[in-house]
Design a protein around this ligand. Structure first.
Ligand SMILES: [Zn+2]
Length: 204
């Protein structure tokens, strides 16, 4: 076996030591508060693990989504609808700090520039990895793409299931929340219908 440094590819994760410590203390309090024994075997490393997981899930606060797009914009004359659909999405509702998850479908019509396709899901992740409401998440993705790429139009549709509705509250397991936002050319019915038709049976 080669040492990590000698491998042709390896990935490392880095966490902020100060934040990890603060969150670890908070999770110890949390576990005791729900009646757990934080000294029992299975929980010994849980506060630190949870602290790291939460930093991963909220990393979006520190990332500039516009910069991600700017890093991969290419001059191109293409003026037809570009759609990236079924982008997996995992976020957390800001009211209960419980996950909501589903799919995002995004389209834009270029106006002189296209963007590397993998950057669109990355923009979704930047805004999803914060405490969110689905409505604001939809708008933030839309405005980021619109303001940075300055296309002829942008459409964003998000379909998601909310754990705060499934596990608690009304306990509805099968309801799906759909939000959408449109700017520019997508405000015209014909363009919007073309987009919706192309998504077609893909809706959850
Ligand atoms: Zn909620």
């Amino acid at each position: 076996m080669l040492n990590t440094m000698d491998r042709r590819y390896y990935k490392t994760e880095n966490y902020n030591t100060k934040t990890t410590k603060k969150l670890k203390t908070a999770y110890e309090t949390f576990l005791s508060s729900v009646g757990e024994d934080i000294q029992r075997d299975g929980l010994l490393k849980t506060p630190e693990r949870a602290a790291k997981a939460m930093q991963f899930l909220t990393q979006g606060y520190e990332i500039d989504a516009a910069e991600i797009l700017k890093g991969a914009m290419f001059a191109e004359d293409h003026k037809n609808m570009v759609i990236v659909k079924d982008i997996e999405l995992y976020s957390m509702c800001e009211h209960h700090m419980l996950p909501f998850f589903g799919k995002a479908h995004i389209a834009y019509i270029p106006n002189g520039h296209i963007v590397g396709l993998s950057k669109i899901p990355r923009v979704v992740d930047v805004f999803a990895r914060r405490l969110q409401v689905q409505e604001r998440l939809t708008d933030q993705i839309l405005h980021c793409i619109n303001d940075t790429l300055k296309p002829l139009g942008v459409a964003v549709v998000i379909e998601a299931k909310h754990m705060c509705m499934m596990m608690r509250g009304v306990q509805k397991q099968n309801s799906v929340t759909t939000t959408s936002a449109f700017v520019g050319a997508f405000q015209q019915l014909e363009t919007r219908n073309e987009f919706i038709n192309l998504l077609g049976a893909k809706l959850m």
